[in-house]
Write a protein that binds this ligand. Structure first.
Ligand code: DAH
Length: 344
């Protein structure tokens, strides 16, 4: 048995010596050290040996097995490092080569305007209204009734507002003012919110009108809120958005949900007030609707108008963006032509 073991060892050593890569080394290991190899089978013959021979042969088998295993592992390590080096050399990356150009894109100009305006009002102490109080698909109740819009008001006409065929009291909201109604219904004053979002109107699409556009609604309700505060807040907004030296004017107006109501103009940014085609010769551009919240509205949402008062305002995001960047067609915002979008 001893000769047999030594003979196998000699063969195995020669085979290890001759192995040239990881694969052939694995084959050698398999041949001599796997469970079915000749060498492993020899161990099974141990039980037939005499008690004196057993420890001698046992020790020999162990030594040979360790030697072979160690040699194979050592060589494996060498081959592994060699193969890895070759692979790394082959796959070496030249970091000085030009990469592929991947355009990253950026925030849409309307979103930029919304972000800018929201930030201005946040700095003035307003918080974003909860999205759940500003849904785009809305009940007539919140879009019109609670905002004191009479049943026969032209804005309610199907010519102006999108209704749902099989649910006649459901509309696509025509103004973000629904957010005021819902917020006031669900929170106690003081309320100081700003709510940007999409609105929908049944318009003939043109350079000035689209049937989807964006508004930002603002609302401040507390004890002793006055029209002087309304002017202070909105003048500050205009100063920050259009620049410090832009004159403003307040014209009395009418909205069903405010009393008194005003429309606010800024001096035309194209002609500096001289009169041009953008301002239709007036020298002024209308940018905001606002007013003191009508007592009927407060009462309708459960706020006592003899204790609380408030002001509200609403503005069109497209219009404010068009004025700031002298854009002459609202449709440019929506047809996703990158030649237009890239300029912002
Ligand atoms: N909802 C008005 C519109 O769509 C804009 C507006 C005007 C909102 C006056 C207000 C407001 O909150 O007080 O034309």
């Amino acid at each position: 048995m001893e000769t047999k073991i030594k003979e196998i060892e000699a063969r195995a050593l020669a085979d290890i010596e001759q192995a040239t890569d990881l694969k052939s080394l694995e084959a050698v290991k398999n041949e001599y050290l796997s469970r079915n190899s000749e060498f492993t089978n020899l161990k099974k013959g141990m039980k037939d040996l005499s008690p004196e021979q057993k420890p001698v042969i046992g020790a020999l088998i162990n030594r040979v097995s360790t030697t072979l295993n160690d040699l194979i592992e050592q060589k494996k390590d060498i081959f592994y490092k060699k193969e890895l080096n070759e692979k790394l050399l082959k796959e070496k990356i030249d970091v000085t080569l030009d990469g592929d150009y991947v355009p990253i894109g950026h925030v849409h100009p309307l979103t930029q305007t919304v972000n800018e305006i929201v930030e201005i009002f946040q700095n003035l102490g307003f918080s974003l209204a909860e999205p759940k109080y500003s849904p785009e698909v809305e009940l007539e109740k919140y879009n019109f009734d609670l905002l004191n819009v009479p049943k026969e008001h032209p804005a309610r006409d199907v010519q102006d507002t999108f209704y749902c065929d099989n649910m006649p009291s459901v509309v696509l909201r025509s103004q973000t003012s629904n957010a005021q109604a819902r917020t006031m219904m669900n929170t106690k004053p003081p309320i100081k919110i700003i709510s940007p979002g999409r609105v929908f109107r049944n318009e003939n699409i043109s350079a000035r009108k689209n049937n989807l556009f964006h508004q930002i609604e603002g609302l401040y309700v507390d004890k002793n809120v006055t029209i002087a505060q309304l002017k202070g807040v909105l003048n500050e907004f205009i100063r920050l958005y259009f620049g410090s030296s832009r004159p403003t004017r307040y014209r009395s107006s009418f909205f069903p949900f405010t009393e008194p109501s005003v429309e606010i103009d800024v001096q035309c940014i194209m002609c500096q007030g001289k009169g041009c085609s953008v301002c239709s010769g007036t020298g002024w551009l209308e940018i905001l609707g606002a007013g003191m919240v009508d007592p009927n509205v407060l009462e309708g949402v459960g706020i006592d108008p003899s204790v609380y008062s408030g002001f509200a305002f609403g503005m069109g995001v497209e219009r404010l963006t068009m004025l700031k960047y002298a854009i002459d067609d609202i449709r440019l915002f929506f047809n996703n032509d990158t030649r237009f979008l890239k300029q912002f």
